[in-house]
Ligand binder design. Structure first.
Ligand code: ZN
Length: 110
């Protein structure tokens, strides 16, 4: 078995796991059982990881790389078009260039 991905959390791990399995590669998430021990272990030991068999390693790494670059692109896109934000106090939708609610002057949450 070869480790191909270290996830932030279990959801992230299973997301990548599913992407890899959708390509016909058998993958496994390891680390569920370590989550309860989080805090007592070094961080790198407590994060769930995704593993595949050695023969599938290169293909799985390509899939992970593709997934990660897409994820980065998505984050950039969000930064670029700056969606409206919702006032936490009165729930009005505020355009991104305003830093306070036009209705109740509540500051934009950071
Ligand atoms: Zn408001």
């Amino acid at each position: 078995m070869e480790k191909v991905y270290m996830a932030r959390d279990l959801m992230d791990a299973y997301f990548v796991h599913n992407i890899i399995e959708n390509q016909g590669i058998k993958a496994e998430v390891i680390g569920d059982n370590l989550l309860s021990a989080r805090g007592e272990l070094p961080f790198s030991e407590a994060y769930p990881t995704v593993w595949v068999s050695e023969v599938d390693r290169n293909k799985a790494l390509e899939i992970v790389e593709h997934f990660e670059s897409r994820k980065t692109n998505d984050e950039n896109t969000i930064e670029d078009d700056q969606p409206n934000w919702q006032c936490p106090a009165c729930e009005n939708s505020i355009e991104s260039q305003f830093t306070a609610c036009w209705n109740c002057q509540t500051q934009k949450p950071t």
